[in-house]
Write a new protein. Structure first.
Length: 597
């Protein structure tokens, strides 16, 4: 890429994160790179290109859950659907989860920014404010580079001749004279670089943005004569939504758990003990286990919080990094049942429904659960009906009961109309506003998006701690164990009455606790773009067929017939994604991951 002259695209159709006003005015004209030394808006625009392409998708209709045993999608043209169910569709030249170009483009912009940030006149009127703004932007640039490298690595690392390899590490901007024919770095070298970027970012960023008013200004700026008002300009509440120390701590825990997982552990880049320590450090920012939000499992339907939330408010207790917070209806337009004007896109599977235990905490397969096959949705984990719309339950502004039965003649019945009706017997509820009326001309309602939830970090800790030391040991400086975390998560959802005897059984076995933790992760994080990547890092069965249920009336009762909706057709080597075929054709020093062509 030639970067003597750079064209920064101002994309009007992009939906910004909560800090969208930080990206104004958009940089949309042709600049010479030397303009960075006189125009801080242009300099910021270079970095903002990396913000605009962060790989966070909040609409479940565009998430990889539909390529797993959690869900299917009724859109026959969906590439995740084809990737999962069509043998030979997922190839190195046809990759729905390709991150190569987008991540490297973002890294290129960030490298260019970091090489020039010290020379930008951020605020010539004040030396200390200039220094504060410079630190803020540099810290964000380092954090963004680490984050883009992580998502690049996750999508394209793999085994090459028995060694786990990463991607080429680029730490400087490139122009027409650069050598692009670089070999791949090892997986460990990539993880080390990612962590190095995050640690560098922490040198510049506050743990949390917010105004100060009593002389709490950091010593570095106080020695330069800075005031509280100066600090609030650069690091105050108006900066909330940008990356801060809390978010970096959480992302480091994510990266370490990823690196310690079975698919990547051979590289020796991180251990479960290290992952547990980093997760515990991130959780210290909310006070550890006592800081778990009691309503965190249903943050998306907390209407009072969502409606009253202001841009510069602190994040809710459940949210480490917010996503988009605005008025919209696309989630419901995509996923509401067709009788309520939706497309019914994401259809949860019977597999996922069966993963929810009974309210007493036992899996439905356990004889002690009390599961009644004739009334399969009764006395279940409350999260089931909060996340999945089951036959007969209401949704929408008028609490309309939805009939998904096979003998139902309206469009909500299973397979009534291709591309609109459910294919599994279930519709989605999680992440949706359940009080939407799509028949109204102005039917938008406010939604609160989440990029990182603290529940995920609690689950990261539980997984790492159990693998490092077993269910009951406290690991990484934490005052709680894997058992303690899972008990708290289940209790807040109303699971495990009378002391949660099933959890107590699991507490006696690392293997059983592993199974329980993975299942709790599946339930809590469903439809949040985790399952696809979790299955791969665990190196477990990718090919569990997606199942559904046909419900019919038999006299005065209902009959339930379970069936396969979609086969999954992954190959073993697909635990790792491919290097793009086009890159292999251009650069002889790149090697493809084993199994891919």
């Amino acid at each position: 890429m030639k970067l003597k002259n750079i064209f920064i695209l101002g994309v009007a159709t992009v939906v910004f994160t909560a800090c969208d006003d930080l990206f104004e005015p958009a940089i949309d004209n042709l600049h010479d790179i030397s303009d960075i030394y006189t125009d801080p808006l242009f300099a910021r625009g270079i970095m903002d290109n990396a913000n605009l392409v962060l790989p966070y998708e909040e609409n479940p209709a565009n998430m990889t859950d539909v390529a797993t045993d959690n869900a299917v999608i009724n859109d026959i043209n969906n590439n995740y659907k084809k990737m999962a169910s069509t043998l030979g569709f997922w190839k190195s030249d046809n990759n729905p989860v390709n991150e190569w170009d987008t991540r490297y483009h973002a890294i290129q912009y960030l490298n260019l920014f970091l090489e020039n940030a010290d020379q930008v006149p951020w605020d010539p009127s004040s030396e200390v404010v200039n220094e504060m703004h410079k630190d803020n932007y540099k810290g964000n640039a380092y954090a963004l580079r680490g984050l883009h490298f992580f998502y690049l690595l996750r999508a394209h690392c793999g085994m090459v001749d028995g060694q786990l390899m990463g991607v080429p590490i680029h730490l400087s901007s490139e122009d027409g004279s650069s050598d692009f024919n670089l070999p791949r770095n090892t997986f460990k070298e990539c993880i080390d670089q990612i962590m190095s970027d995050f640690n560098e970012a922490l040198k510049y960023l506050p743990m949390e943005y917010g105004d100060i008013n009593n002389g709490q200004i950091p010593a570095k700026y106080a020695q330069m004569g800075g005031t509280d008002a100066d600090y609030n300009r650069a690091f105050g509440k108006l900066q909330r939504g940008k990356i801060d120390g809390r978010m970096i701590a959480a992302i480091k825990a994510q990266v370490a758990l990823f690196a310690a997982s079975p698919a990547y552990a051979s590289a020796g880049a991180a251990t479960y003990a290290q992952a547990a320590q980093l997760a515990a450090a991130a959780l210290n920012n909310v006070g550890g286990l006592s800081g778990m939000d009691p309503n965190g499992w249903r943050w998306f339907c907390d209407k009072s919080m969502i409606e009253s939330f202001a841009y510069d408010d602190p994040d809710p207790a459940e949210i480490c990094w917010r996503g988009v917070v605005d008025d919209r209806a696309n989630y419901e337009e995509d996923n509401y049942p067709p009788s309520l004007k939706g497309k019914g896109r994401v259809n949860p599977t019977q597999n996922l429904v069966d993963a929810f235990p009974m309210a007493n905490g036992y899996p439905i397969s356990d004889a002690k659960s009390g599961y009644d096959a004739a009334n399969p949705y009764e006395n279940r984990d409350p999260r089931l009906k909060e996340y999945i719309l089951v036959n007969g339950d209401p949704i929408g502004a008028n609490d309309t009961p939805i009939n998904t039965a096979a003998d139902n003649t309206d469009l909500d019945g299973i397979n009534r109309e291709s591309g609109r009706s459910t294919t599994t017997g279930y519709y989605l509820r999680k992440l949706l506003r359940s009080d939407m009326n799509l028949s109204l001309s102005n039917h938008n309602k406010r939604h609160f998006g989440a990029r990182i939830r603290y529940t995920e970090i609690f689950l990261d800790y539980a997984e790492a701690a159990n693998e490092a030391a077993g269910p009951m040991d406290k690991v990484g400086g934490a005052s709680y164990s894997a058992y303690d975390v899972i008990k708290a998560i289940r209790q807040r959802a109303g699971v495990g009455v009378n002391g949660d005897p099933y959890l107590e059984e699991c507490a006696k076995s690392q293997d059983k606790m592993r199974e329980l933790i993975r299942n709790e992760r599946r339930l809590e994080l469903c439809f949040e773009n985790h399952r696809f990547w979790d299955l791969r890092r665990w190196k477990v069965n990718l090919n569990e067929a997606a199942k559904g249920v046909k419900i019919t009336t038999k006299g005065e009762s209902l009959a339930y017939e379970y069936f396969t909706v979609e086969e999954r057709k992954y190959q073993d080597y697909m635990n790792y994604g491919p290097i793009p075929y086009s890159e292999l054709q251009k650069w002889g020093n790149l090697k493809q991951n084993d199994g891919w062509r």
